[in-house]
Design a protein around this ligand. Sequence first.
Ligand code: ATP
Ligand code: MG
Length: 446
Amino acid sequence: MAKPTILIVDDEADLVELVSLTLARMNLATESAGDLASARRIMGERRFDLCLADMRLPDGDGLDLVAWIQQHQPSLPVAVISAHGNVESAVRALKLGAFDFVTKPLDLGVLRRLVAVAIRLGDSSGAGETTRLGPQLLGASQAMGELRALIARVARSQAPVHISGESGTGKELVARLIHAGGARRDGPFVAVNCGAIPTELMESELFGHKRGSFTGAVSDKRGLVQSAEGGTLFLDEVADLPLHMQVKLLRVIQEKSVRPIGEQREQPIDVRVLSATHKSLAALVASGRFREDLYYRINVIEIRVPALREHAGDIPELAATMLRRLGRRLGNEAPALGPEALSALGAYGFPGNVRELENILERALTLSTSEHISVGDLQLREGAGAAAGAAAAPGGAALGDQLENIERDAIIKALEQTRYNKTAAARLLGMTFRALRYKVKKLGIE
Ligand SMILES: Nc1ncnc2c1ncn2[C@@H]1O[C@H](COP(=O)(O)OP(=O)(O)OP(=O)(O)O)[C@@H](O)[C@H]1O
Ligand SMILES: [Mg+2]
């Protein structure tokens, strides 16, 4: 097989030579072009595996080249070399479709990693991708079709992506699919819930610390950021990141470096940053609780995941797949949805989106006594019709917890009353034996 070939577009002979030598050591071939016009000509003559373009060229702008490649050779990954401190233009390049950037003066380690990722990108396009098993975005609606196409497109880039959408719409699923569809798929996917880490532990958890850097730091600790090296860092509920952590995150994205607590020097880091929140980052920026510069860096590409009521046509397919999955997990066949149940779901507003659909079906499965799930089994919330859905407040999780506690208490009581005879306890509770067995398992009752 021929060596992968990289086109370097730059008018600085020193830089071209440095890059060529570095890539030659990686067993890669290079060619160079000194300006935009010759770059376009060479690309018209032969195929490359990667184009590395300087942002400032004698006859124009590196951005023009990025745009040209998107139009004429969209499958060719292009990365830009930008002047130190000029992150604005790097961000613009990413928005135009560049897959990554390096800053001058060149850090050769960073360059090598970028190139390695880009080459893998070329390898993986095509066969193999669809044969990989894993979670899938279901739904034949136009909205889901567009979302799948967008995921496929951003998966080929290294640009930070911000995923917005209401609770339970599938934001984390989208993040996993971006990771699984891209060149970092064999690297780690590290999901961090920024709202779940106590503020005082946050810096150490995220960025690590050196032994002895504070009382209790008995050994070196790797941060979650470092554990995503070579892969993807998914910052969930990124709106909850305190301001001083936002500064450090900015450096991870912008300088591709990180400094653990107590460490003197910054360390290079190679992670792709994806983030999500159900809050409005723009509003948080306006009120000063989220840094504007970080907002622009993590939001280079935004994906908005639609609410379930916006693609209600997918409900039957989603429901059927989930019931099948739930049935498999319980080791028996799950009942199907009756026609009235199906139309009730179609009219429901789903303030909790796909996650709520899952929960409703799981509960219905427990309650159902026949081979069909009835409207009653669904126990849809009053006042959460399609119209009310948009306005419904979050807080479903807390309610869910309360309900679980009530259920748990009732089941334990019934079991005690019947001396742990499940058949009798089920009768007492007015549920089937199967339903009780399922609940006991689910609620973790011993
Ligand atoms: N289109 C879809 N196809 C299949 N499953 C989906 C789809 N959308 C969401 N799901 C499923 O719905 C559940 C909730 O999704 P996920 O956890 O990604 O949502 P989220 O937006 O991150 O929610 P939250 O805001 O509560 O964190 C998951 O089990 C996910 O797999
Ligand atoms: Mg989530």
